[in-house]
Design a binder for this molecule. Structure first.
Ligand code: ADP
Ligand code: MG
Length: 762
């Protein structure tokens, strides 16, 4: 809205707000800089991001819903400070501060019809009310109240109630009915004085229940939200195009905001939630699809096709035939790489489905097309394993560094490993060989690649265990190539339910390997009670006598990595001393130095250790075919996908394998997970169950949650997600830069929502 135009919101402001608005307006007129940052145009394809403007810039003039929350009625600075703790800075934040849940007090019942245990609302007269001290610090307010149909005893442990409720007044009470010495009673009900309740906001309706913080109480909070909603909901401005709103029967924004806080009915509440959830998903989809278009259109990709006969030769040298699933995924990857559009693909496949070899073949295509490849893993242990696997498979194909390549290979690729434990001098050598193009393939940890690796000509980047990487890191990768975008293949063994994939990875194409190589055994999974620990140890001993090896995973300790490491050490010592003194045990935890970690892994892999005691660091990727038992301590604390990952560490060889889930502190939710995993072997089904039970947190690191800051949309809402995705696609197909005049408000909203998340529209 141009600053000079008469502001329709001005009329809606309180006098104090007008004053503040005017002050800001005047001070901004004095300054030479424009009063509001002009809305930047979405760039056409091909434009580079501008460097951030370093000139000091005045804060944009706040008005309407973007005024500080202190401009809202009833919010003085002490309350504003508490609201800030909840992330509420502006009036808009307050309007978008959604209730955690609702109490439906909308049906008022006669006292005579109450039954113990019910949540009810009653309209009663206060016959008598009195306060007594039951302890020096504890006052009990007791009231006898009733209506024509009966009486009920009410108590509060809150002395202020006695000041507010007078005898003979009429009040509305909401709460649960209990009994006291055989009489009906209510304890600490919500109350509101009936004569003051021209507009019921605490009882007598569907009442919002908000998240609170220290010193912030439900009633004052509800009161300020109510006032803000009444005054400001309309000022938010509709940003969805009229046509779309009509077609999808979505409430208008103001009504949705009104009814999400103070719903007039359950039906309207559901409709408001739908509208607001759609907004979140739609804006998210728009953002991701814009990002994807940028990736694919801003810079060209490089078309790469394997030289004749080369992949066939490599395939023939593998120790196994590829499964159909691997072949299909590989074909999709190669088809992407053969086009001039940069690939952005997610390869998901259950644990052990053989993604590494698919990635390696794609990397070979890049290499033999004269480009470089990068393979990144989240941990050192995993990067080292990948490096070993790759050099082994290459040497099976006759590609050994320093030796001449057999036909049909044009040269022998040079692969290098770079992790946190690579020595400084080696690192310098590796970096310069990558920068000059002397080396062809870099296998590294994610951290290692971030630190200043330059490629002469990066053609394909593979990111293993993608669920641990964020969009930001992917974007950083692009900076590794100049003038074009490298192909990108992300892999994950935490299968993502389709709903979540659409949301989180809406900007990726997805390939799925849904079968395991033949001959894989189902890992027998058993949920054990604490009392069965000895049995588990006996079982482990017998497996080791047969020559097998065992993982023991220590309980998850969220406090800190060092506490967890200490706990793992204690467990290691306990097991070595008291339980398995005659066996060889190793220890692996996140606090160990890279070298020590690798040593533990190497001796376990070589069969020098019988048991590897570890924290969750072995979770991903580790491949030791002789290991047949995975014992997880405190199993109820892990998510389903994580437990499935642990289970996937065994059953990789010819021997029958077992996953023993030892329960620590039983909890209803944890036990439910153990019940599910005992019966379910399909990673995708487990991921879906996990999503329903634990929400999306399990799939996203906390760092990524900024991307997925969904406050109201449920990720399990497949239909709405699909709708949002299709609508976003449709809109961008017709108007890739959202320039249409009917889309101005939408563009502003998009910019507003995403500007703090590193998505830059300049
Ligand atoms: P993930 O998909 O979990 O990353 P990996 O790539 O680590 O799986 O492969 C798991 C194991 O399966 C490895 O030991 C690998 O050599 C083996 N493998 C991969 N593909 C096949 C196949 N087609 N047939 C038999 N074994 C295979
Ligand atoms: Mg893997």
């Amino acid at each position: 809205m141009p600053f000079t135009a008469p502001d329709p919101l001005y009329a809606a402001m309180m006098p104090a707000q007008r004053e503040q608005w005017l002050k800001q307006a005047l001070s901004s007129m004095e300054s030479p800089s424009p009063p509001r940052r002009p809305l930047p145009a979405l760039p056409a394809a091909g434009t580079k991001r501008a460097a951030p403007d370093s000139r000091p810039r005045k804060a944009p003039l706040a008005y309407g819903p973007d005024l500080p929350v202190t401009s809202a009625k009833g919010v003085a600075s002490p309350m504003a400070a508490k609201l800030r703790k909840l992330g509420i800075e502006t009036i808009r934040d307050l309007l978008y501060f959604f209730p955690r849940r609702y109490n439906d007090f909308s049906r008022i019942k006669p006292v005579g019809a109450l039954r113990p245990g019910e949540e009810v609302t009653v309209l009663v007269r206060v016959w008598d009310i009195a306060m007594q001290k039951v302890r020096p610090w504890l006052s009990l307010v007791e009231a006898a109240v009733g209506d024509d149909s009966g009486n009920i005893r009410v108590t509060w442990f809150n002395p202020y109630v006695a000041k507010q409720i007078r005898p003979q007044s009429q009040v509305i009470l909401s709460g649960r009915v209990s009994t006291f010495r055989g009489y009906l009673a209510m304890q600490n009900p919500e109350f509101e004085l009936a004569e003051k309740a021209e507009e019921l906001i605490h009882t007598g309706r569907i009442v919002p229940v908000y998240p609170l913080t220290v010193g912030l109480y439900p009633k004052p909070l509800r009161r300020v939200v109510k006032a803000a909603v009444d005054r400001w909901a309309t000022a938010l401005g509709e940003f969805l195009p009229e046509e779309l709103r009509g077609r999808l029967s979505l409430l208008c924004l103001a009504d949705a905001i009104r009814n999400v806080h103070f719903p007039d009915s359950q039906g309207l509440l559901a409709q408001s939630r739908r509208r607001l959830a759609f907004d979140e998903l739609f804006l998210l989809q728009l953002d991701m699809q814009i990002q994807k278009r940028r990736w694919q259109e801003a810079q060209p990709g490089i078309a790469m096709e394997a030289p004749q006969g080369l992949l066939e030769a490599f395939r023939a040298s593998l120790p196994f035939p590829l499964t159909n699933g691997q072949e299909e995924a590989l074909a999709q990857v190669l088809a992407d790489m053969a086009t001039g559009r940069p690939m952005v693909r997610l390869l998901q496949g259950d644990v052990g489905s053989g993604k590494t070899v698919v990635a390696l073949m794609a990397l070979l295509v890049a290499l033999f097309c004269g480009r470089q490849g990068a393979l990144m893993a989240p941990t050192e242990v995993l990067a080292e394993q990948h490096f070993r696997t790759i050099t082994a498979l290459l040497s099976r194909a006759g590609l050994v560094e320093g030796e001449a390549p057999p036909a049909p290979y044009p040269f022998t690729p040079i692969a290098r490993l770079l992790t946190g434990r690579t020595s400084k001098s080696d690192k310098t050598k590796i970096l310069s060989a990558m920068a000059s193009g002397q080396s062809h393939l870099l296998v590294s940890t994610h951290a290692a690649i971030q630190e200043g690796v330059t490629f002469a000509s990066l053609g394909l980047a593979v990111i293993d265990e993608q669920h641990r990487f964020g969009v930001a890191q992917r974007m950083a990768l692009r900076q590794k190539a100049q003038g074009y975008s490298p192909h990108l293949l992300a892999m994950t063994a935490t299968p993502i339910p389709r709903t979540l994939a659409l949301t989180v990875y809406g900007d990726l194409d997805v390939s799925t390997i849904s079968e395991l190589p033949p001959g894989r055994q189902r890992v027998q999974t058993k949920w054990l009670r604490p009392a069965q620990r000895e049995k588990a140890y006996d079982f482990i001993r017998r497996q080791i006598e047969k020559g097998r090896q065992v993982f023991i995973i220590c309980p998850l300790i969220e406090e800190s990595e060092s506490v967890e490491a200490r706990a793992a050490q204690d467990e290691y010592h306990r097991l070595s001393r008291d339980i398995f003194p005659d066996l060889k045990l190793g220890l692996l935890h996140g606090r160990m130095k890279g070298q020590a970690k690798e040593k533990a892994m190497a001796s376990f892999r070589a069969g020098d250790l019988d048991i590897l005691v570890s924290t969750a660091v072995v979770e991903v990727g580790i491949d030791v075919p002789n290991a047949t038992v995975m014992l997880v301590e405190g199993a109820e604390r892990f998510g389903l996908s994580q437990l499935h990952q642990f289970r996937g560490r065994v059953g990789r060889g010819e021997h029958p394998s077992y996953c023993l889930l030892l329960e620590g502190n039983p909890s209803e939710e944890g036990n439910e997970r153990l019940r599910v995993i005992e019966k379910t072997y399909d990673g995708f089904a487990l991921a879906q169950a996990d999503l329903e039970m634990r929400g999306p947190g399990e799939f996203l690191g906390t760092r990524q949650s900024g991307l997925l800051n969904l406050r109201i949309a449920r990720l399990s809402d497949l239909a709405l997600m699909e709708t949002a995705r299709q609508e976003a696609q449709e809109l961008l197909t017709h108007d890739p830069s959202l320039t249409g005049p009917q889309l101005l408000a939408l563009r502003q909203e998009l910019e507003r929502v995403w500007k703090n998340d590193g998505v830059d529209f300049n």
